[in-house]
Design a protein around this ligand. Structure first.
Ligand SMILES: [Zn+2]
Length: 71
């Protein structure tokens, strides 16, 4: 089986497949930047600016509010 480890970007807790992974309401709306890397659970450097935010993991690079806008 190929289970990829995932971490909740807002709490840093490991996400268990099949379990409810609560996301804060503001975060679900994209208003709140993630604070932890989804791939490794490390705390990221987060910067909020007028157009959005960016968050950087020392291992996995940068995420920003535009990257996550998949709608
Ligand atoms: Zn990472």
């Amino acid at each position: 089986m190929d289970i990829q480890e995932r971490y909740n970007p807002f709490t840093g807790k490991q996400v268990i497949v099949g379990e409810v992974d609560p996301v804060p309401a503001a975060a679900a709306l994209g208003l709140e930047p993630p604070r932890f890397c989804e791939q490794c659970g490390r705390r990221m450097i987060v910067q909020v600016h007028p157009e959005g935010w960016w968050a950087r993991c020392s291992r996995h690079g940068e995420l920003n509010s535009k990257t996550l806008d998949r709608r």
